[in-house]
Every structure is written in C-alpha cells, then in structure tokens.
Design a protein around this ligand. Structure first.
Ligand SMILES: Nc1ncnc2c1ncn2[C@@H]1O[C@H](COP(=O)(O)OP(=O)(O)O)[C@@H](O)[C@H]1O
Ligand SMILES: [Mg+2]
Length: 325
C-alpha cells in the first residue's frame, strides 16, 4: 500500500488493524496487529482464507467472522483470549472492504481477575468461619442438651410411658439436627479436600450424594493427580461440583450422574453429566449458582461450557489451565 499520511496513522495506531478489500485480500496489517500475532504469522496472512486458517486458534472469533462476513455485517467488541492476551475485536464493513480492529484489554482483565480472586477468598474465609462456628459451637451445645435431658430422665423417680416416648423422640430430633449440622459444616469446609486433595474429595462428594439421594453417581478419574494443582483451583472445582450436584438434586429428577476428571499436559478437565430433565440454558434465570460457577472458572482463566435442553439432561465441561505462566 502506498505510504500516505493516512496509512502512516493507521500503522502507528495503538490498536491492531487488519484491512481486507472486497476480494477478501489483506491490504494492511498494522504494526500493533503484527505485535499481537507475531510478524511471522502475519506474513502468512494474505487473504481471508489464510486469516481463517490462522484464526483456528481463536474459535470464538472464527465463528463470529464466518457468520458475519457472509452477510457483510459489522460487529462490535468480541472478547477473546489469545495466548496470554485478552483481545477486544471489532469489525467494520465499508464499500471497499472491511477492517478488523484489535485492542489489548489484558491489564483491565488482570485487575478484574485479581478482584475476583479476592472476592472468592473472602467468601471462602467466611464459609470457614461459619463451619468452625457450627462445628465447635452448635455441635457441642447440642450434645450437652441431649446429655442434660438424659440426666434429668435418670433422676426422675416415676416416669410415664408417654413421657419416655416423647423424650426418645426428642433425642432422635437432636441426633438428626446434629447430623444436619455436620453435613452443613462439611459442605462449608471440605476437610477431605484440605487433607487428601481433589480426587479423594470428589470421590467422597460423589459417595455422599449417592447416600442421601436416589441418584446413582459414577466417578471416573485418576487415582491421584499427576501434577500438583493449586489448592484454590481444587477448591473452586470442588465448589463447582457441589453446585452442579445441588442443581441436579433440586431440579433434574435424574437417575444417574457421571463426574469425570482428567488431566492433560497443561490443563485439568471436569465433565459433569446428569440424565435428568434438563433446562433451556438461554432462558433468563434469577439463580446465582450458574453465575458463581462461571465466576470461579473465569477466576481460574478456564473455560466453562454448559449444554442442556428440555429432556436432554445436563452436560457441563470445565477446563482450567494448570501451568502458571
Ligand atoms: N441439572 C439441572 N437440571 C435441570 N434444571 C437445572 C439444572 N441445573 C440448573 N437448572 C435450572 O437452571 C436454573 C438456574 O440454576 P442456578 O443458577 O444454579 O440457580 P438456582 O439453583 O439458585 O435456581 C435453575 O433454577 C433450574 O431451573
Ligand atoms: Mg443452583
């Protein structure tokens, strides 16, 4: 392209720009775009087809591009991640062709992620506090109440059969309450996770769900994780599984749940399925469970895909990177 004032301006823009003409040939890749994608790669991008080839690494962008370039429709700010960048991408169509603009949103994202981490940490700390309070405070008090009643019973000289029955019912109520307290405290603070790690905790969670419900639960996973996974990541995945189970038990009327954990070179994947009645994932919802799961996955820079539909059960796939950059 002829060096004009206009092209020099485009060259020097802090935003990446790739311009295509009407025959989908690349007319310009400015300096910032070359910096994002690497000069070598940019040399290979000569037309839309070769850009598509390159964009295989950016499946979200590819999908949007394929949909929109056919209709020559502009689109605004798609957020995608590329290597360690968070990019905002815009497309504009003109008579002469179209341009893609890329802006680097990485520092904003990093700040957002830090805030998310802090939020999740505070949440978990609060859960821990509650769990300790229930376990160390309410638990022993309940035991003391039961013991006192038993002492009073033993000290009574004459006691009617009806009263004995009522006392026994009360002991049973106290025991039930104590069990409930224990499961609440366990749900708040997963001790198995802290002591034995993710695999053991997941197995334990699956077993407990099977015990308290009619749902058959299968856990598929390695006996241990080959790589040391960050505790916060383990906790996040565990929390996500807990919420997925909650939802299945609450809404799905499922017969079977499968939880599969697997590790790749630099990622950890969890696939959760239930064979229940499913739901429309596009429908607006007032719940916060799904939102929380997405937030946790985002904090781990991972991917969250949930597939469902009426009568189709639920499939949730979570992939998180395990290698720290
Ligand atoms: N496994 C599931 N089976 C059927 N419906 C589900 C399932 N998981 C979620 N849903 C639906 O999605 C909605 C949103 O879930 P969620 O965000 O966890 O909110 P909440 O559980 O507080 O309602 C639920 O109200 C329910 O209608
Ligand atoms: Mg829920």
């Amino acid at each position: 392209m002829k060096e004009t004032f206009d092209t020099s301006v485009i060259e020097e823009l802090p935003h990446g720009v790739i311009a295509f003409d009407n025959s989908s040939r690349v007319r310009l890749i400015n300096r910032s775009a070359q910096e994002f994608f690497g000069v070598n790669k940019c040399d290979q991008i000569t037309d839309l087809a070769s850009f598509f080839q390159f964009a295989q690494a950016l499946p979200e962008l590819l999908k949007i591009l394929e949909e929109n370039t056919k209709k020559e429709k502009s689109f605004d700010l798609v957020n995608i991640t590329y290597e360690n960048f968070y990019l905002n991408i815009q497309a504009r169509f003109f008579k002469e062709g179209f341009i893609l603009t890329f802006s680097d949103n990485t520092s904003v994202k990093e700040t957002e992620l830090k805030a998310l981490h802090t939020l999740l940490k505070v949440l978990e700390k609060e859960k821990k506090r509650l769990a300790t309070e229930i376990h160390d405070g309410i638990g022993p008090t309940l035991s003391a109440v039961k013991l006192n009643l038993q002492i009073v019973q033993s000290e009574l000289q004459v006691i009617e059969a009806g009263t004995v029955k009522r006392l026994e019912d009360t002991y049973k109520l106290i025991d039930d309450l104590s069990d409930d307290m224990r499961s609440i405290s366990h749900a708040l603070l997963p001790k198995v996770l802290i002591d034995f790690g993710l695999i053991a905790a997941m197995e334990n969670l699956c077993e407990r769900v099977e015990e308290v419900s009619k749902v058959k639960v299968e856990f598929i996973g390695p006996t241990s994780l080959s790589k040391k996974v960050d505790y916060n990541m383990e906790l996040n995945l565990y929390r996500i599984a807990q919420e997925l189970f909650n939802n299945t038990l609450k809404y799905a009327e499922a017969g079977k749940v499968t939880v599969k954990l697997s590790t790749e070179d630099s990622s950890l994947e969890m696939i959760y399925t239930d064979d229940g009645k499913g739901f429309d994932v596009q429908a607006p919802s007032h719940g916060i469970g799904l939102l929380n799961m997405k937030t946790r996955v985002r904090a781990m820079k991972g991917k969250f895909i949930i597939n469902s539909g009426p009568g189709k059960g639920v499939k949730a796939e979570i992939t998180v990177p395990t290698k720290r950059e």
